[in-house]
Ligand binder design. Structure first.
Ligand code: ZN
Length: 66
């Protein structure tokens, strides 16, 4: 019984996979305070702020207060 050599060509495969990378980037938002990339609904790793409050102590923030 004959067997197909390949299901789809490489361009068709790459067109399908192109969307997976785009969705991974869409899960990153910009911090409104310092414009650093952060995950949505998480405190910012750069300034520790989320929803107008500081939830996480960051070294740079401590040095600025002293
Ligand atoms: Zn920030």
């Amino acid at each position: 019984m004959p067997v197909p050599r390949r299901r789809h060509c490489s361009s068709r495969r790459d067109r399908r996979r192109a969307h997976t990378k785009l969705e991974a980037v869409a899960g990153i938002v910009e911090c409104p305070k310092c414009a650093a990339p952060r995950l949505p609904h998480r405190a910012c790793p750069a300034c520790g702020e989320y929803n107008g409050r500081i939830y996480k102590r960051v070294k740079a923030v401590k040095e600025a207060k002293q």
